[in-house]
Design a protein around this ligand. Sequence first.
Ligand code: ADP
Ligand code: ZN
Length: 220
Amino acid sequence: MRLVLLGPPGAGKGTHAQVLSKDLNAVHVSTGDMLRESLRAATPLGLKAKTYMEKGELVPDEVVIAMVAERLSKPDAAKGFILDGFPRTADQAKSLDKTLEALKMPLDSVLYFKTSLEVIVARLSGRRVCSKCGKTFHIRNFRPKVEGICDACGSALVQRPDDREETIKNRLEVYEKQTAPLIEYYQKQNNLEEVPGDLEVDPLQAFLKDLFIQKGTAKR
Ligand code: ADP
Ligand code: ZN
């Protein structure tokens, strides 16, 4: 299964991408995670991305486009992939179409996580991430077993610099302006499937399972 997850920051794309990637045996390709990884490793790409990410701006198209094209060309992507956080601009979407055409791997579906503003702000401001492994928690909705500590690896949980209230506002503006137009782009390609992003994790997971597993993964 080849999917794109589209929707505002805080819609739950990352959380559900992880689950779907297991259920559908597809690789999870998160541009945000890849960029944060480069940042931690202080690669030239990471250093370039840093200033944009901290301000909640988009990293330049050519950087992410090349990064995703390279990732999707790896052999494991042939079994299927879940793109999370890409495409985010019209140029990224067009380049993705070209890349996938060249690889003969057309998209099966674009899941649009339709989410209200209130829910987005509450989720982002309460989000905490592991400083070491990147696992995500929430101070109210998804607490770690021990406060401030990652369940998976025992490292400290921190707030992402771009999850601070002043940056959230900017990210939402960037989303509205640059990414929201992709809803129509994929609607025109007849590929868009709307999912209720306001639902809590478990019910939305059930919704998605229903969509893909019970109705058969061959759904188009
Ligand atoms: P969220 O979806 O919660 O905003 P991500 O982890 O997907 O978070 O992205 C964090 C940041 O990484 C973005 O604000 C942006 O700076 C950068 N980024 C991620 N994906 C892209 C992309 N496709 N194009 C440009 N910048 C990106
Ligand atoms: Zn951890």
